[in-house]
Ligand binder design. Structure first.
Ligand code: PRP
Ligand code: URA
Length: 209
């Protein structure tokens, strides 16, 4: 069953409070995005399957758990999704990384695709699509459609801030994926920005304000 989970861990909520502040500068913003992504990875990987294997400790033989089955790939939506990758890699160092380049046309708010490079075996991996912001849902929905067109089935989406409008769209267009959200906000404004939100995530990560 696909899962939709809004985070409730105090450390995640505290850090989200700091990145929302307009006076938080790029260095701190970038570090916190990485830390939040790392903490969210715990929740988002809870369903990964384990298997028993026999090993030998210095004392005796015993059975331990190890991850079973499919390997992981992280697919950030450029640009802002890049800010989440290092934090996730701290938790899953062997993950491969794909990239999907999309930007939102400021007038139509429709996603425009400009890049797609994925691990060759991505159809056999658990894929974590990541983007700090789920606003109208156009970018993430398009990214997930691109992956499905390449045969990917096991898709999870992780964002730090979501608008209800984007969440509804993603649930409708991709009812089969897991969705992990740091904070679910009130609404979109007339320019398609999340309210209260945190402004433009890409600009704040890369200092291009
Ligand atoms: C932002 C954000 C998402 C998208 C969300 O990217 O990082 O990708 O907007 O909006 P949506 O849900 O309405 O599609 P942006 O288009 O600003 O590009 P950037 O990451 O290159 O700054
Ligand atoms: N993209 C952002 O970076 N922020 C928003 O609030 C909406 C889309």
């Amino acid at each position: 069953m696909p899962e939709i989970k809004v985070m409730d861990h105090p450390l995640i909520l505290h850090k989200i409070g700091i990145i929302r502040k307009k006076e938080t500068g790029s260095k701190e913003f970038r570090e916190l995005i990485g830390e939040i992504a790392m903490l969210m990875t715990f929740e988002a990987t809870r369903k990964l399957e384990l298997e028993d294997v026999e090993i030998e400790t210095p004392i005796t033989k015993t059975k331990v758990k190890q991850l079973k089955g499919k390997k992981v790939a992280i697919v950030p939506i450029l640009r802002a999704g890049l800010g989440m990758v290092d934090g996730m890699l701290t938790m899953i160092p062997a993950a491969k990384i794909g990239h999907i380049g999309l930007y939102r046309d400021p007038k139509t708010l429709e996603p425009v695709e400009y890049y797609c490079k994925l691990p060759e075996d991505c159809a056999n991996r658990e894929i974590y699509v990541v983007d700090p912001m789920l606003a109208t849902g156009g970018s993430s929905s398009a990214a997930i459609s691109m992956l499905k067109n390449k045969g990917v089935k096991n898709i999870h989406f992780m964002c730090i801030i979501a608008a209800p409008e984007g969440l509804e769209r993603l649930k409708k267009e991709h009812p089969d994926i897991d969705i992990y959200i740091g904070g679910l906000d009130e609404k979109l404004n007339e320019n398609g920005y999340i309210v209260p939100g945190l402004g433009d995530a890409g600009d704040r990560i890369f200092g291009t304000l």
